[in-house]
Design a protein around this ligand. Structure first.
Ligand code: SF4
Length: 149
């Protein structure tokens, strides 16, 4: 699996075309984040600035494209990316398969992304080491795509 380069999760990436979202899109995204944290058994980052910064990105993408495209990747063409796949629409495939959020929107209570399910060579493992999942009974709705039977 190839992973796109990541940008600054707290600020989005201005070079990537991020812009200030509408209040409506921001409210929609915040509501989604709250619900998905509950569903996946994850928490907010301990630094509220991280959530506030990150959530602006997918909210801006809702305004621009109608879908909350992940803000922490570089896309050569966002329209083409969304036409080709939903893999980086929040919650992305990595989150649904591995419970790993590289933007730090969905993390453990101490603010770390879950990495225990990632492949050994994934950048998340190299950056954070093994971070175990405190709520293994929740989330990973696409685990069947990566776990052996
Ligand atoms: S769950 Fe995936 S799409 Fe959503 S913010 Fe995290 S890394 Fe980005």
């Amino acid at each position: 699996m190839n992973y796109p380069a990541t940008g600054d999760p707290a600020n989005g990436d201005p070079a990537n075309g991020d812009r200030t979202p509408s209040d409506q899109a921001l409210a929609r995204m915040r509501k989604y984040v709250d619900k998905y944290r509950e569903k996946s058994g994850t928490s907010a980052h301990t630094d509220a600035y991280v959530t506030e910064g990150v959530v602006m990105g997918p909210a801006a993408h809702i305004d621009e494209f109608g879908r909350p495209l992940c803000p922490c990747n570089f896309y050569a063409d966002k329209t083409a990316e969304l036409a080709a796949s939903r893999r980086w629409v929040c919650a992305c495939d990595e989150m649904k398969r591995f419970k790993y959020c590289h933007c730090l929107l969905f993390v453990t209570a101490v603010g770390l992304p879950v990495t225990e399910y990632l492949p050994d060579d994934h950048e998340g493992r190299q950056i954070y080491g093994v971070v175990t999942d405190p709520t293994p009974d929740k989330g990973r709705e696409a685990r069947h795509q990566v776990d052996p039977d």
